[in-house]
Write a protein that binds this ligand. Structure first.
Ligand code: UD1
Length: 417
């Protein structure tokens, strides 16, 4: 029963919430610590399941990761064990990032192939190809990827087929300790990646161009431990804004970086929301009924794929028909059936989602599916008539610290059963 969220729709959300550091940044910062022995401190770390899993990955490698409030203290040994255990890697795809760091630090890495969200095929060919061009050799045996760098890693020019966040990060983590200069072309430009680069720079890495599509890394012989504060979570912020918007209430998200949500805020404004963004907070007032809009997910600074389910839930009650085009993950649609069970009128055709806005949703029992889907379904439940029961709600714990409590503090009628 701990896996169930109960939400009774109808109450407008009002008030303010603070967001913590970004899940998609802190996991990489934790991996970055493996590049230098000694004590690292990561601040503003959300207390979410994925961080706990990454902590266990670090423990296995021989590091120790201790949480005090929102601060992680990570002690990294001189000789890390270059292995990420199967049971943990399978639970969280981001574990694959230890590959680049361990290869760079120890010359070898044994990493089980990743699991993570069920978004269809999520390959790691760009990671492998890039690391191979830096001198790594890989072999896949019994579901475990064995990597070695017999002559160490060396700088090279890598041009990514797609600006993959994970591949850019893996190559960055490997390049900082490689011999010579590595250039990553068509690199991802996500703020979480820039945050990783900033922590690596504090550790002594020489990196130019993070946040642009060409990153140049001049390898150094060794790195030092660092203290770093995680960039605020734009996805957590955006999710509370959509939650406020669908209820027609007024919600302020504090301690965030609205400039990282430019496209999402623009689209919300297009639906009739009043959006007031400041340097580190944003206030939204939702319309009585949103106006339909079209959205296409794209790499940053485009509309984030991880805001797609929340936006679809919101647009399900819009006046008119919206078209949401998913350009990053073709398989991200399992939750649509759950929204339709609530009375939404949505269908997917290839990568396109057609949403014919309905007057109202009605609560029922639905399956949480994955992190963002579970959040999106909760958001739908906030607007729905009657009680919505979200089973498999543990997915939300992978990405949202205090999801139910924060929504309740805004006036939602919500509880964890
Ligand atoms: C990261 C985020 C995830 C977000 C995604 C896109 C973390 C922990 N996760 O995931 O929440 O949805 O960025 O913003 O930060 N691809 C390949 N081959 C590869 C690598 C990727 O084909 O080697 C494809 C993927 O299948 C996908 C696209 O490239 O279609 C983008 O994936 P990528 O940017 O790598 O996402 P992740 O880093 O896995």
């Amino acid at each position: 029963m701990s896996d169930v969220i109960l939400v009774r729709g109808g109450a407008p959300l009002n008030g303010a919430v603070e967001v913590l550091g970004a899940k998609n940044a802190v996991l990489k910062l934790m991996v970055a610590t493996l590049l230098a022995p000694g004590r690292h401190v990561i601040e503003n770390a959300p207390n979410i399941l994925d961080v706990e899993i990454m902590g266990r990955v670090l423990d296995h490698v021989g590091a120790s990761c201790v949480r005090s409030g929102t601060t992680l203290t990570i002690d990294v040994p001189e000789d890390p064990i270059p292995e990420a255990p199967l049971d943990l890697v399978r639970q969280m795809r981001a574990s694959i990032l230890v590959l680049g760091a361990l290869l760079a630090r120890t010359g070898e890495a044994r990493v089980a192939l990743p699991g993570g969200d069920d978004f269809g095929s999520r390959p790691i060919d760009y990671h492998i190809r890039g690391l191979e061009s830096m001198g790594a050799v890989f072999e896949l045996r019994h579901g475990v990827l064995y990597g070695t760098a017999p002559d160490g890693l060396h700088g090279t020019e890598v041009f990514l087929e797609f600006p993959s966040v994970g591949a850019t990060e893996n190559l960055l983590l490997a390049a900082v300790l490689a011999k010579g200069t590595t250039t990553i072309g068509n690199a991802a430009r996500e703020p979480e990646l820039t945050d990783l680069a900033e922590m690596l720079q504090k550790m002594g890495a020489k990196i130019d161009g993070a946040g642009t599509s060409t990153i140049e890394v001049h390898g150094v012989g060794s790195l030092e431990p660092a203290v770093h504060r995680t960039v605020p979570d734009r996805l957590e912020a955006g999710t509370y804004l959509v939650a406020g918007a669908i209820t027609g209430g007024t919600v302020t998200v504090e301690r965030c970086r609205p400039e990282h949500l430019r496209m999402e805020l623009r689209k919300l404004a297009d639906t009739g929301c009043v959006v007031d963004a400041n340097e580190d907070s944003v206030t939204i007032t939702g319309p009585d009924r949103p106006t339909a809009v079209d959205v296409a997910t794209l790499p940053y600074p485009g509309f984030h794929t991880d805001m797609h389910p929340q936006m679809v839930a919101y647009l399900s009650v819009a006046d008119g028909t919206s078209l949401v085009t998913e350009n990053i993950y073709a398989g991200r649609f399992r939750y649509l059936g759950e929204l339709n069970r609530m009375g939404a009128d949505i269908h997917a055709d290839g990568q396109h989602v057609v949403i014919r806005g309905v007057d109202e949703l009605s609560g029922c029992e639905i399956d949480g599916c994955d992190i963002r889907a579970a959040a999106a379904l909760t958001i739908a439940g906030l607007r729905a008539d009657g009680l919505t029961t979200i089973t498999e709600a543990h997915h939300v714990d992978r990405g949202y610290d205090g999801w139910v409590d924060k929504l309740a503090s805004l006036g939602a009628t919500i509880e964890r059963a």
